[in-house]
Write a protein that binds this ligand. Structure first.
Ligand code: PLP
Length: 429
């Protein structure tokens, strides 16, 4: 089953002449699954349309941010109203205070927050802040966790790095790479050994508490609390990268879901309602090390952009309405069970990992609890499944190492249609 992608093909050829790989972020190019990426012309609710007029049910949702669906009325109205009043000032505005207060109200452990424009920027700032605060250099990260593309966080990163099978990135100096230590997720013994070895040189341990960039891989029982005490006992800070899991694993992220208390939290994606907005939040005594209250420098021309901030406030306001989040989480579970049943009927072993409103599927007999296990799953089957689904109008991320996302806009019918498409697709694998 193939969609006609004549116009997308022509656009992709044009794009490749002027944009490296034809895209402005690598995974969009479909390199690991092959074929032409549909060029999207519009989105409404849970649906997107491509340049050839094909319609899809969208489970990418701009890689997570659009938890209310595309072009949600209140989000659009808020952004338009903001822009009409001036699109950027580079001066403080009341809206920024409102968004800061709103976000902090969901995260009882966080006391202060700084708005930035991308998750990459938030993670890069967190590393600098942790180093400035502890006066130590080394960072510990987990294999398969993605924290954006700043130099020191690219080692064994998930997401596009995993999708493209890039082992290390040219352009990152050896000195920088040497300051990043990597350990397997869910392996507390390995983390302990590493911390013992490097002890008082480690500034921070950074983790996606619910990794979503090697596919969704939930933490084992007790792993995160033990990670926190292991880091603290050596004087290292704990950075939770909740750019994806914030307002996705639960409204207050994984930390609220499980009552955990990191020192620094990174947010992004949902908090910008589809606009460039992210944040670094944390304990007051740490955050006050950021300029201008402290010596650790960080800045941004478009930080706290009015349209992004307005869209973020509107998104969080609607999302925190009674039952809104829980309904999306329930739909996520219904879809997860539907797809696993559909695979079962075709004699295919599919693992569905989900937390809250994020999930992913692995073609695997056993559980997938770390990056090594994720990489060992049958990605050739995933590629075929991906194309069978795309041909049937189901738009998923073109990689087994990316999550699927649900929104308030996905209807019962969308989910039934998706399960029906999956039944047909699995029968042909
Ligand atoms: C998406 C993501 C980032 C990077 O955010 P950008 O806005 O793409 O720079 C960082 N960390 C996690 C966990 C993410 O999912």
């Amino acid at each position: 089953m193939e969609k006609t992608l004549v116009k997308s093909q022509a656009l992709f050829e044009r794009a490749r002449r002027v944009i490296p790989g034809g895209v402005n972020s690598p995974v969009r190019a479909f390199k690991s699954v092959g074929g032409t990426p549909p060029f999207i012309t519009r989105g409404a609710g849970a649906h997107i349309t491509d340049a050839d007029g094909n319609e899809y049910i969208d489970y990418v949702l701009s890689w997570g941010p659009l938890i209310l669906g595309h072009a949600h009325k209140e989000v659009v109205a808020a952004a338009v109203e903001a822009i009409a009043g001036g699109s950027s000032f580079g001066a403080p505005t009341e809206r920024e205070v409102v968004l800061a207060e709103t976000i902090l109200s969901f995260f009882p452990g966080m006391e202060m927050i700084r708005l930035v424009s991308s998750g990459t920027e938030a993670a890069m700032t967190a590393v600098r802040l942790a180093r400035g605060y502890t006066r130590r250099d080394k960072i510990v990260k987990f294999a398969g966790c993605y924290h954006g593309h700043s130099d020191c966080l690219l080692a064994e990163a998930g997401s596009g790095i995993a999708t493209l099978g890039i082992p290390a990135t040219p352009g990152v100096t050896q000195a920088t790479a040497a300051d990043t230590l990597t350990v397997e997720f869910n392996d507390i013994a390995a983390l302990d050994a590493l911390l013992d070895q490097w002890g008082d040189t480690i500034a921070a341990v950074i983790v996606e508490p619910v990794p979503g960039n090697m596919g969704v891989v939930p933490p084992a029982d007790g792993f995160l609390p033990r990670l926190i005490s292991a880091a603290r006992s050596r004087g290292a800070l704990v950075i939770f990268d909740e750019v994806m899991s914030g307002f996705r694993a639960a409204l207050g992220g994984a930390q609220t879901l499980w009552g955990l208390d990191p020192d620094i939290t990174l947010l992004g994606k949902v908090i910008g309602g589809g606009f460039p907005l992210a944040a670094i939040a944390g304990k007051r005594h740490i955050m006050e090390h950021l300029a201008p209250s402290g010596p650790v420098y960080q800045a941004g021309t478009l930080s706290g952009n009015p349209a992004a901030v307005a869209a973020g406030i509107a998104t969080l306001t609607v999302l925190s309405g009674p039952g809104v989040f829980d309904t999306i989480a329930k739909k996520t579970d219904v879809l997860r069970r539907g797809l696993i049943d559909a695979a079962d009927s075709a004699g295919i072993r599919l693992r569905g990992n989900a937390v809250g409103t994020m999930m992913s599927f692995f073609f695997s007999d056993g559980p997938v609890d770390n990056f090594a296990a994720a990489k060992a799953t049958k990605s050739d089957l995933f590629v075929r499944w991906f194309h069978e689904m795309l041909g049937r109008g189901i738009y998923m991320a073109p990689s087994p190492f990316e999550a699927l996302f649900l929104s308030a806009a996905h209807s019962g019918r969308d989910i039934r249609d998706t399960v029906a498409a999956a039944r047909d697709a699995f029968a042909r694998l």
